[in-house]
Design a protein around this ligand. Structure first.
Ligand code: PEP
Ligand code: MN
Length: 360
């Protein structure tokens, strides 16, 4: 991808005065639903109508998409509203059908990007296409895997490429459905400044009331566009109900977002500081999650001590923990004074929890 300038052209050709917006339901459900959403979105900043036709669901037995019939609904929506269309493809058969039905933009889902075999199959099926192809990040935070997928498509002579950042899954619970790890997408942006970068706040947050903030962060980081799941009746959507917004809320989000026009120097500063702050937010959130989990374990210890009638404070054990943490802290550049303060506070909270259990 040495000479990657051409990658940007498709986006510049759209001549938008605002970020690119791709919106529509997580899943196409019925013909009426697709058409209703398309009509409600047609007079807005939305350029591409999205709808999932084949849905990669984590567990079997859930709604797995309407299949190829949904492509006819997208075609009808395009004919009636003039909107361009977008859907996810996950194998060569999907690609063939999507191309036959003249879908304008195809995206590759997070569960496909993790598999080089699937990506190669999709790249071969798309060879030389002039359709736009966007690659979502893999579910795991692995930049090389994401880049590898982009390279496979580029090598298949697909030049209208871009990426979608939809966040990364973690075992640890956070306030996000998929944590953003902004620095990873920003690294990709720095490596390939001509590769359009779209944010998918719906799958990052999993909750509609967090979408605006994630969109604003993305724009502050100079993202080129947004992909937002939109449904006229989100609560009754057949998939991803909690994260979809109504067409009216989508329009409100677009009105409220600040698109900052800055000098290059300001833009660089703002993008760096936003990125760093976003990292701090994620880490703070992890700290709270971890401390919450730690106190749950303390409750368990309290229950055990109560059963065996053992005293809450075991000073040997406490001194051992403290000594270990001071050494580990030192390795991370944390002063002894700081470790003492933090762990005394944590220990006190832990004692409070245990006493509560014991007094029960
Ligand atoms: C989707 O866009 O509906 C979807 C399935 O997304 P992801 O691949 O990011 O999970
Ligand atoms: Mn979805």
């Amino acid at each position: 991808m040495e000479n990657s300038q051409a990658l940007r052209t498709w986006l510049d050709d759209l001549k938008l005065s605002h970020p690119l917006v791709i919106a529509g339901p997580c899943s196409a459900e019925t013909e009426e639903q697709v058409l209703k959403i398309a009509h409600e979105l047609k007079d807005s900043d939305v350029t591409y109508l999205r709808a999932g036709i084949w849905k990669p669901r984590t567990r079997p037995g859930m709604f797995e998409g309407v299949g190829a019939i949904g492509l006819k609904w997208l075609q009808k929506a395009k004919a009636e509203t003039g909107m361009l269309t977008a859907t996810e493809v996950a194998n060569a058969a999907h690609v063939k059908l999507a191309l036959e039905h003249d879908v304008d933009l195809l995206w590759i889902g997070a569960r496909s990007t993790v598999s080089p075999f699937i990506i190669q199959e999709i790249a071969d099926a798309l060879e030389g296409t002039d359709k736009i192809v966007l690659v979502k990040n893999p579910v795991n935070p692995d930049l090389a895997l994401w880049l590898g997928a982009i390279e496979r498509l580029y090598n298949a002579n697909i030049k209208k490429l871009g990426v979608i950042h939809r966040g990364f899954s973690t075992y640890q619970k956070t306030k996000y459905r998929n944590i953003p790890e902004w620095q990873l997408a920003v690294d990709l942006q720095n490596k390939f400044p001509d590769l359009p970068l779209i944010c998918d706040p719906s799958h990052i947050t999993g909750k509609r009331d967090m979408i605006f903030d994630v969109c604003q962060t993305a724009l502050d980081l100079n993202y080129d566009g947004l992909m937002i799941e939109t449904h006229f009746d989100p609560d009754n959507a057949w998939s991803d109900a909690a994260q979809q917004v109504t067409p009216d809320s989508l329009k409100q989000i677009m009105r409220d977002l600040k698109i900052r026009k800055e000098t290059d120097e300001e833009a660089e500063y703002n993008s760096k500081i936003t990125n760093l702050r976003a990292q701090i937010d994620v880490l703070d959130n992890k700290l709270i999650e971890t401390m919450g989990e730690r106190m749950k374990v303390a409750d368990g210890i309290g229950a055990l001590k109560k059963q065996r009638n053992v005293a809450v404070l075991q000073s040997n054990r406490w001194n051992e923990v403290l000594g270990k943490m001071i050494l580990e802290g030192e390795e991370k550049g944390l002063s002894e004074e700081f470790i003492l303060k933090v762990f005394k506070a944590i220990h006190q909270e832990s004692i409070n929890h245990q006493e509560k259990v014991i007094k029960g």
